[in-house]
Design a protein around this ligand. Structure first.
Ligand code: ATR
Length: 276
């Protein structure tokens, strides 16, 4: 039997999720059909529900529908509940929809396992306080860092996000425009959407120490504007989000099939085929 999956997004034509999941399925001899579904804010919930009543097994959800997916799933995993966003939907045997979020797991797996960058007991700085940051905070906290500082253009947004996670961790907050740092970060993560418009979210280069690794959740064929900035100002490592994309897909695939795919070869494939 061929199980049906898809990714919902707007835009979605650029998504690499279909070939990534096909490569995972081949590893286990599974037959899957994985398509791209373009939707709109008005149609998304109806499109999603129809996809499952037509017999689909699961789907991924990308921008701008992760919050709507969070709202319309019947049940949520703890990770989705914390993130207040769903990027993975699974149909339970009783036909209810379970919403999960694999973004943070994907990021942490790529950072720690693939790139061998330690989070535990290290100082972590995150640029941005929007949905992307909310999605990655819980798995980062679970690694027991020495500190987490949120740096955002709109400080009030960072403060309210820090308050949401206060039961798990005491997060420091500062501003991108008038930053006051306590610690030089060991790891600086760009979770703003600034790379999408070729902007750099932080002007102050004094934040980078000789041992600061920089990670951009975004990726492109060429280094992102943030990673160009990081490289020019002495970051010890510059890593983009291709590995995160493959690892979040692997976690979704596990949720749907119970199989844990091998990711190294798929990340290599994405690095070679990113702009194609
Ligand atoms: P996402 O779901 O991608 O996180 P979002 O919730 O709109 O999208 O959040 C975007 C984040 O990128 C915010 O932290 C935003 O800062 P503000 O809260 O001040 O708006 C940040 N951001 C976007 N463009 C930026 C830029 N050019 N410079 C600095 N920060 C930027």
């Amino acid at each position: 039997m061929t199980d049906k999956f898809a990714i919902f997004g707007n835009p979605v034509a650029q998504s690499k999720s279909p070939p990534i999941h096909q490569q995972f399925a081949e590893q286990f001899g599974l037959q899957i059909e994985y398509s791209r579904i373009f939707s709109t804010d008005e149609q998304f919930v109806d499109d999603l529900k129809r996809f499952f009543t037509d017999g689909a097994a699961g789907c991924n959800v990308t921008a701008p529908f992760k919050e709507q997916a969070f709202q319309c799933c019947d049940k949520l995993t703890e990770k989705a509940a914390r993130a207040r966003a769903v990027n993975t939907v699974f149909k339970n045997p009783d036909n209810t929809l379970l919403g999960h979020n694999s973004d943070g797991v994907g990021l942490v797996t790529d950072i720690v396992n693939n790139k061998q960058v330690t989070i535990g007991n290290r100082h972590i700085m995150i640029l941005g306080a929007g949905g992307a940051t909310r999605g990655i905070l819980e798995p980062i906290i679970a690694e027991h860092p020495a500190s987490i500082t949120l740096v955002n253009r709109t400080v009030a947004r960072a403060e309210s996000l820090a308050a949401e996670f206060a039961d798990l961790y005491t997060i420091q907050v500062t501003s991108t425009t008038q930053p006051e740092y306590v610690q030089t970060p060991d790891l600086l993560i760009n979770a703003t959407s600034a790379s999408l418009s070729a902007n750099v979210p932080l002007e102050d280069t004094g934040v980078l120490g000789a041992n600061t690794a920089c990670y951009d959740l975004s990726y492109a064929e060429q280094p992102t504007s943030f990673l160009q900035w990081a490289n020019a100002h002495g970051a010890s490592q510059c890593i983009d989000g291709k590995g995160m994309l493959v690892e979040q897909a692997a976690n979704s695939f596990f949720v749907w099939t119970g199989h844990t795919p091998e990711t190294t070869g798929v990340i290599r494939w994405l690095e070679q085929n990113c702009g194609k």
